[in-house]
Write a protein that binds this ligand. Structure first.
Ligand SMILES: Nc1ncnc2c1ncn2[C@@H]1O[C@H](COP(=O)(O)OP(=O)(O)OP(=O)(O)O)[C@@H](O)[C@H]1O
Ligand SMILES: [Mg+2]
Length: 239
């Protein structure tokens, strides 16, 4: 067994048909190991969100294979996919995706409750996760009563609660001030160091610097990859 939590093999994504079709991803190969955090950078429209969505099994690629913890997503049943998403995956969407009729702590604990955790155990885990992003005094607030940055932190707490093993975060620091942004990066890094694997989409070189490796996308292709120690040089040369 390799340490790979996620493998993308020859993944392509085509939107639409004929002359107006868009190649959002073209032949992307990417492996993320346990304990590894990969940052993805690239211009708007380069395919970053599409890659995350395919990696998390939220959409099927036009071609290619995705393997998460040994499960081939192309042949997995709906039930297996649902269970994988509930148990193994922590998703932070670009637009947060909080449920407006649930409080902060209810949003965070929803995946745990769906997975059969007892309500009290789930609530304790949810409170701890919210406290770790500095929201201990907002656990019973509804999303509409929170600022954009606070909503983003709730979404991050939800993505790491209950020991999720593959964290897929789409610009999780986009709406945050720099201090909170650093705290969020620390939290993701900590979860990965505990044995998860992570992909982080970011425009911020200083947040990408938390990753073990940076992958650059352009027009749906990986154009460059760096190991941790090469990251600074590559970042400054592409700026
Ligand atoms: N549902 C869709 N239907 C048609 N085209 C789409 C769809 N989703 C994305 N695209 C196109 O695919 C390409 C990649 O989009 P994607 O959202 O993955 O980019 P991104 O790198 O996440 O951009 P951003 O930094 O702006 O979030 C873009 O050209 C986009 O217009
Ligand atoms: Mg995007």
């Amino acid at each position: 067994m390799s340490g790979a939590v996620l493998q993308l093999v020859g993944v392509t994504q085509q939107y639409g048909e004929g002359e107006t079709s868009v190649s959002a991803l073209s032949g992307v190969d990417l492996t993320v190991d346990k304990g590894e955090l990969v940052a993805i950078m690239g211009a708007s429209g380069s395919g970053k969100s599409t890659l995350l969505s395919i990696a998390g099994g939220l959409q099927k690629p036009t071609s290619g294979e995705v393997v998460v913890e040994g499960t081939y997503l192309s042949t997995a049943t709906r039930r297996d996919l649902a269970q994988l998403r509930r148990r193994s995956l922590g998703f932070v969407f670009q637009d947060f995706n909080l449920i407006p009729t649930l409080t902060a702590v209810e949003n965070v604990t929803l995946p745990l409750e769906l997975d059969g955790f007892r309500a009290r155990v789930a609530r304790r885990a949810g409170r701890d996760a919210l406290a770790s992003v500095g929201l201990e005094d907002k656990i019973d607030s509804y999303p509409d009563d929170l600022s954009g940055g606070q909503q983003q932190r709730v979404a991050i707490a939800r993505a790491v609660v209950g020991g999720r093993r593959l964290i897929l975060a789409d610009e999780p620091t986009g709406a945050l001030d720099s201090v909170t942004g650093e705290a969020v990066m620390k939290m993701i890094r900590h979860r990965v160091d505990q044995g998860a694997a992570g992909i982080l989409v970011t425009h911020e070189p200083r947040h990408a610097a938390w990753a073990d490796r940076i992958v650059f996308l352009r027009d749906g292709r990986i154009i460059d990859e760096t190991q941790r120690h090469g990251a600074d040089a590559l970042l400054s040369s592409t700026r």
